[in-house]
Design a protein around this ligand. Structure first.
Ligand code: M6R
Length: 614
């Protein structure tokens, strides 16, 4: 939610700022703006709409100055207009602020500031910070860092803020609370951004910032303090991926590139996890065998696609480790009175590690006495930092708003957790674990083979591109796959799509089938014959077909399918691993549908990649 970048150094600032915003546009794209540190005054340009509108407005007119801040917005307070675009200024036009998050007490601040003579130009919560900082900077004799420290003490909510003042344009001051901010350390230049992607082409040295830390950068220095001015030693780390990972690399969209990166992402997350004596290696869990044996319950908290990974975790962990697993939508969990204690392990799944709903649920769980394990794709982000332990997935940077490779790696991570817990608790023998692991190692090659044959899915999409509703059916571990297929289609194709458990169909949803339009139904046929679930799904297919549905079936090679207009084949795998394979054609289907309908694939309307507000 909103991307933030700051630069100070020898380059003409507009270049790293616009480059940075381009890489952060996934975080929001309702408007974009920059403030350049021209002496005595500031040069500000901001425009509603995508970054391209700002670039057009800038043309070649931007001044050649060497510091500035830039913002790409996902609107919360105030519509997506030029006026509400960031940066926001004080009344003298000398101090500029950009913000990611929400200032919860902004209306109260606004009343106080207006009573002191400040006039407001926008409908945003952010502008109150510009006016507040302006007053406090005067109080602190021009010290913007001191002003920021005092300002933050009176702010409520979640925020990353960057500020610059025309009287000292080389200095940029930032702060974070429950919202991301990293510093990039260059040679004779420094950066700040919501995500390292913004400056990865200039430096791989980064510094993480803790809660309520205020950071001040100039071209040659960085200083970090707490809110009371005490120095904090910079925690430096090296960024392990390179700039190319954040480029499209010849693909038309990031999403397509990320779909095709899945075999590698799955392999990278999986490989090296079995010892020579057939033990699953998961030291990251930081749990000794006694603690694992004492576990009574697991609760998974997550949102959106990550929640679907959590649902799959339930099937795998309950089957293998025989521990009861509850899966909770993070935003709902937080406002309940969950029954957890030290024998509960809470697993927080998040690609970004910054999702506010998940973070708040995590804090709620910790406060209730649970141990928290994060499954995360983003190093040093807030969710892993606040967890007791973290298992990183190795999907690499995921730029497209629609999650693809992150999901598959999250599923792999929960499989590993399930195998490890089962092995330590004696529910699976070493041989059984080794066998499962070797079957999992075949998954990357199987995904590869699905991706080699996506052309029929393209043709299929053309046929169904004008439909307004698509229903997805799954059973057992195929149910979360159906939910994920529907989520992807909603998010990308802006179509009404719903996923159902096959058995629930007759309890209401079957009324949605319209014989006049031939409602498309995509059914995931369960792998194998366990519990006769494949036959039950075949019956569901007959039931919808009898009512006029046009049925597409995802089925493993060789499985008998009756009643389908189209069959998409996937390789044979143990039923528990089927989600890794069955999800892939659904991603391609949603992608192609979005393209066919002329939608913006990587930046679907109204969304943002990292949802840092509740
Ligand atoms: O970064 P997270 O994994 O915590 O994000 C959770 C959801 O916001 C995310 O999965 C969202 O549902 C995706 N855009 C779906 O493709």
């Amino acid at each position: 939610m909103c991307g933030i970048v700051g630069y100070t150094g020898p380059q003409s600032a507009v270049t790293p700022l616009i480059e940075g915003l381009r890489r952060l546009e996934y975080r929001g794209y309702d408007s974009a703006g920059i403030a350049l540190g021209t002496p005595n005054t500031l040069f500000v340009e901001k425009r509603a709409g995508k970054l391209a509108n700002l670039e057009e407005a800038l043309g070649s007119a931007s001044p050649e100055v060497h510091s500035g801040i830039g913002h790409t917005r996902w609107a919360t307070h105030g519509g997506p207009t030029d006026r509400n675009a960031h940066p926001h200024l004080d009344n003298e036009g000398k101090l500029a602020v950009i913000h990611n998050g929400i200032i919860e007490n902004y209306s109260q601040l606004k009343v106080e500031l207006e009573s002191k003579g400040h006039t407001f130009e926008s409908d945003t919560d952010t502008e109150s910070v510009a006016h507040l900082l302006s007053d406090l900077r005067k109080k602190h004799h021009g010290d913007l860092s001191a002003a920021m420290r005092e300002a933050v003490q009176s702010l409520r909510g979640s925020f990353t803020l960057l500020a610059v003042h025309a009287d000292d344009p080389e200095t940029i001051v930032g702060v974070r609370r429950n919202s991301p901010l990293v510093v990039g350390l260059g040679v004779g230049e420094n950066f700040m951004a919501s995500d390292v992607a913004a400056f990865i082409q200039y430096t791989k040295r980064a510094v993480e910032l803790g809660q309520d830390e205020v950071v001040t950068i100039t071209p040659s220095s960085i200083s970090i303090t707490d809110l009371y001015g005490a120095e904090v030693a910079p925690r430096e780390y090296e960024i392990t991926w390179d700039a190319a990972a954040a480029q499209k690399g010849g693909f038309t969209h990031f999403m397509l590139k990320e779909i095709f990166e899945q075999p590698k992402a799955v392999a990278d997350t999986l490989i090296g996890r079995l010892s020579d004596n057939n033990q699953i290696l998961l030291d990251e869990l930081h749990m000794n065998p006694d603690e694992i044996r004492a576990l009574k319950k697991i609760v998974v908290i997550a949102c959106g696609t990550a929640y679907h990974a959590g649902m799959i975790a339930k099937y795998a962990i309950e089957k293998w480790a025989k521990i009861s697993v509850e899966v909770e939508i993070a935003s709902e969990y937080r406002y309940r009175d969950p029954i957890v204690d030290s024998s509960t392990l809470v697993i927080a799944i998040s690609q970004s590690g910054e999702t506010m709903d998940t973070l708040m649920a995590l804090r709620h769980a910790k406060a209730s006495g649970a141990r928290v394990l994060a499954v995360c794709n983003t190093n040093s982000s807030t969710i892993p930092r606040e967890s007791d332990a973290v298992l990183y997935t190795h999907a690499g940077p995921e730029i497209a708003v629609a999650s693809t490779k992150a999901l598959l790696t999250q599923i792999i991570a929960v499989y590993l957790i399930g195998m490890h817990l089962a092995q330590v608790r004696g529910e699976l023998s070493d041989q059984e674990v080794a066998h499962l692991y070797s079957q999992a190692l075949e998954l990357p090659g199987k995904i590869e083979s699905i991706l080699e044959t996506v052309e029929p899915i393209r043709e299929l999409t053309r046929k169904f591109a004008k439909s307004e509703t698509v229903l997805f059916l799954g059973r057992n571990i195929g149910y979360p796959v159906a939910l994920e297929g529907a989520l992807k289609l909603k998010e990308l194709a802006y179509m009404h799509a719903e996923g159902f458990a096959g058995g629930e169909l007759k309890h209401g949803p079957i009324a949605l089938i319209d014989s006049e339009i031939g409602t498309p139904v995509i059914a995931i046929l369960p792998a194998g014959h366990e519990h006769g679930l494949d036959e039950k799904m075949l019956s569901n297919i007959q039931e919808v077909k009898a009512r006029g549905a046009r049925v597409i079936v995802i089925a493993e090679e060789g499985a008998m399918v009756v009643g389908a207009e189209h069959v998409i084949r996937i390789p044979i795998a143990p039923p528990i691993f089927q989600p890794i394979l069955a999800t892939v054609p659904l991603q391609v289907f949603a992608y192609e549908m979005a393209v066919a309908r002329g939608n913006d694939v990587d930046q679907p309307r109204n969304l943002a990649k990292s949802v840092t507000v509740e």
